[in-house]
Design a protein around this ligand. Structure first.
Ligand SMILES: [Zn+2]
Length: 690
């Protein structure tokens, strides 16, 4: 519709301009003055038209009020009769046709010229004409042959040269404007007001037309650029699918943003060639989504690791709660234990030693973010993640899949909230573009940092985690959205199982003192959860995690884990169980009773950044005005650095002053609170209180 509207506007503009020009321009016949006998009266308006008749011209230029003029006119009347029809004869009233006077660059009137094509020759000027007392016979001789003896005038001195015509066009404008006005006003009966409005309308219409054309041109260029970009991306996508699977950041198969433009055609050609070569392989990759994963018989039996083991210390007589220790190459993790999340190999606003001092043992780092920056190869060059961040305690990394699929579907919390608001997935429409394709080979996504296209496969995820070198690693799995049909969920589960099997094979080929946890999926379907437990526990994983959608609220979560944890414990041979992404103080005490061992969440550090302290009595907002003069420890009895060092009033002041220090101080306290809570729960389990 928009394009059609612009086209109509263009047509209307063109019509208006045409109409204006047509109405404002007198007809050819009206422009010419009446012939004066055999001598043509030449004016600014008809000069060029008359001289274009293909004949030579004899032209006299004089003034009507002069005596000599009358003599010249008399001679020219006779001349016209004698030269007719071979030579045309004309006269110009220089006192009226000032424009023509400037074209001849004449200083004095009374001149006679011979004009033949683009050449102008002068016979006489001013007193020369008067002195010679022009004789008709002399003029005839000059018109026939005499002109050849005179040198032609050149450049702007000739009224019929290009320069002369240009001068004429300019000097003709006032006369043309005046004649147009008279024609419109007298002949066509337009009022002055109408003519003034029309005069204004013409430039407005022309200007609008010009703007519309510019706009249309810009839009066309943008469209062409978008098409070129789409074609390039499509080609890069083929390259990403066709190229051999790389080892590390290597999973990035598209061109980097720093690649030069000169290399692009060569790269495209290579991409096409590789895509053609790999086409049969891709066809083999297309499999039925319901294809079951490889059986356990394809894997070696699990054997106890000397570098990693779960030591069960006590199981509560009151519930499934248990106390244990996970022994890793970088130390012990007491369970049930809280796992702090340091997405970019750093806790938000908290240095590693500060967290260690508050009892933090295991830290969770995100492979997705570390792949994008600084890259697994950089971390490997530093000696691994422990050396890179100078941490001597245990680390766990995920596969990167969670972040990729969160970009596509959002978290369960976001999905539920968006549906409640009736906004669907609008929040993720923009982010959805970051996930290009989910295929059997892996998931293709775009870096949120620079848009670089990357392919994450089970193999490349494990290889990246090998380079990061965490104590516990996670295989690649698919995270389906919360609201999913059963058939889609089942297909997703099968794909997750196939991906985890590939991940495990890659891991077992090069274990490097790392433990791998299988991730139990299946959403809220008990049947699928049980199937997932049965399959994954048949494989030689060192531990298990519970992931995927676990309901929209705490009740769903508790119900699900209560149902599946006994089966998982029964079949996992006493291996540790981690709950992915859930570690809020309200959930943990109940989850512990199901025998869950570790819990990760960024909740404590995140709420700390936003001014909330976790206490056994609930959240404490330090920004509240009631704490302005609370010169007492923020949380009575807390032994964390913050509560030992600062008053609640000081924290309130930092919050009001928006000091970054507040985030550190509150995160330190919250980590201390979480680890204290876990220690308290461990003691309660040992005492069979829960
Ligand atoms: Zn404290």
């Amino acid at each position: 519709m928009l394009r059609r509207g612009r086209l109509l506007l263009h047509l209307a503009s063109a019509l208006a301009v045409w109409a204006s020009c047509t109405l404002a321009t007198p007809s050819h016949g009206q422009r010419l003055r009446q012939l004066d006998g055999g001598v043509v009266s030449l004016t600014d308006l008809n000069f060029d038209d008359q001289l274009a008749n293909g004949k030579p011209w004899m032209v006299t230029l004089n003034a009507h009020y002069c005596q000599l003029t009358r003599e010249l006119e008399h001679a020219f009347d006779k001349l016209a009769g004698k030269l007719h029809p071979d030579v045309s004869v004309g006269k110009i009233d220089g006192a009226v046709e000032r424009g023509l006077l400037s074209r001849f660059q004449l200083r004095n009137l009374h001149a006679v010229y011979h004009i033949n094509g683009t050449e102008t020759r002068q016979y006489c000027e001013g007193h020369a004409c008067e002195g010679s007392r022009l004789q008709t016979n002399q003029l005839v001789k000059f018109a026939q042959e005499g002109w050849r003896t005179q040198p032609p005038r050149t450049g702007c001195t000739s009224p019929v040269s290009r320069c002369g015509k240009a001068v004429g066009s300019i000097t003709r404008l006032p006369a043309k404007f005046k004649s147009t006005y008279l024609h419109l006003h007298n002949d066509l009966q337009y009022s002055d007001l109408t003519l003034f409005a029309g005069l204004l309308a013409v430039p407005v219409v022309v200007g609008l037309s010009f703007i519309c054309m510019l706009d249309a041109r810009c839009e066309m260029q943008i469209s062409q650029a978008a098409l070129r970009s789409a074609a390039r991306l499509q080609l890069q996508g083929r390259l990403a699918r066709a190229a051999p699977r790389p080892a590390i950041r290597g999973c990035c198969t598209s061109a980097s943003s720093t690649e030069t433009a000169d290399a692009a055609p060569e790269r495209d050609a290579r991409a096409q060639q590789q895509a053609q070569q790999q086409a049969p392989a891709r066809k083999r990759r297309k499999i039925d989504p319901m294809t079951p994963p490889p059986p356990a018989s394809e894997f070696p039996a699990w054997e106890p690791r000397d570098f990693f083991r779960f030591e069960l210390l006590h199981t509560s007589k009151k519930s499934g709660a248990r106390v244990g220790r996970i022994h890793t190459p970088h130390g012990i993790i007491d369970t049930p234990g809280f796992v702090a999340v340091g997405t970019n190999a750093a806790l938000k606003a908290v240095d590693g030693p500060w967290a260690d001092a508050e009892g933090q043992q295991l830290m969770f780092c995100n492979t997705y973010h570390l792949l994008l920056h600084p890259g697994a190869d950089v971390v490997a060059a530093a000696g691994g993640l422990h050396a890179f961040m100078n941490r001597q305690r245990p680390l766990i990394t995920d596969s990167g899949g969670f972040q990729v699929f969160s970009l596509a579907y959002g978290t369960v919390h976001e999905e539920v909230n968006s549906l409640k608001r009736g906004t669907g997935k609008s929040k993720h429409k923009l982010e959805h573009n970051l996930v290009a394709k989910i295929a059997e080979e892996g998931v293709t996504f775009r870096s949120y940092r620079d848009g670089t296209k990357m392919l994450l496969t089970p193999e490349s995820s494990v290889q990246a985690q090998k380079q990061l070198g965490a104590d516990i690693i996670i295989p690649l799995d698919e995270l389906p959205p919360y609201h999913t049909e059963q058939s889609v969920l089942e297909a997703s589960l099968q794909r997750s199982h196939r991906w985890m099997a590939r991940s495990l094979k890659t891991h077992l080929a090069d274990i490097r003192q790392q433990a791998m946890y299988g991730v139990v999926h299946g959403g809220l379907s008990l049947e699928l959860r049980q199937r997932s437990i049965d399959y994954l526990t048949s494989l030689p994983f060192d531990g298990f995690a519970v992931g995927g959608s676990m309901g929209k609220n705490r009740a769903d979560l508790f119900w699900l884990l209560e149902q599946i944890m006994p089966r998982l414990h029964e079949r996992s041979s006493g291996k540790p169980v981690h709950i992915l992404g859930i570690a809020d103080p309200a959930s943990i005490p109940q989850l512990v009773t199901y025998g869950c061992d570790t819990f990760d969440s960024c909740y404590p550090t995140r709420v700390g950044r936003h001014g909330t302290m976790l206490t056994k009595d609930g959240p404490l907002r330090v920004v509240s005005g009631q704490y302005k003069t609370a010169f007492r420890p923020p949380v009575e009895g807390c032994t964390c650095h913050t509560c030992r060092t600062h008053s609640l009033a000081y924290l309130h002041h930092l919050a009001k002053a928006r000091e970054p220090l507040l985030a550190s101080l509150l995160a330190i306290h919250n980590l201390h609170h979480m680890n204290g809570l876990m220690a308290q729960l461990r003691q309660q389990i040992l005492d069979d209180q829960i």
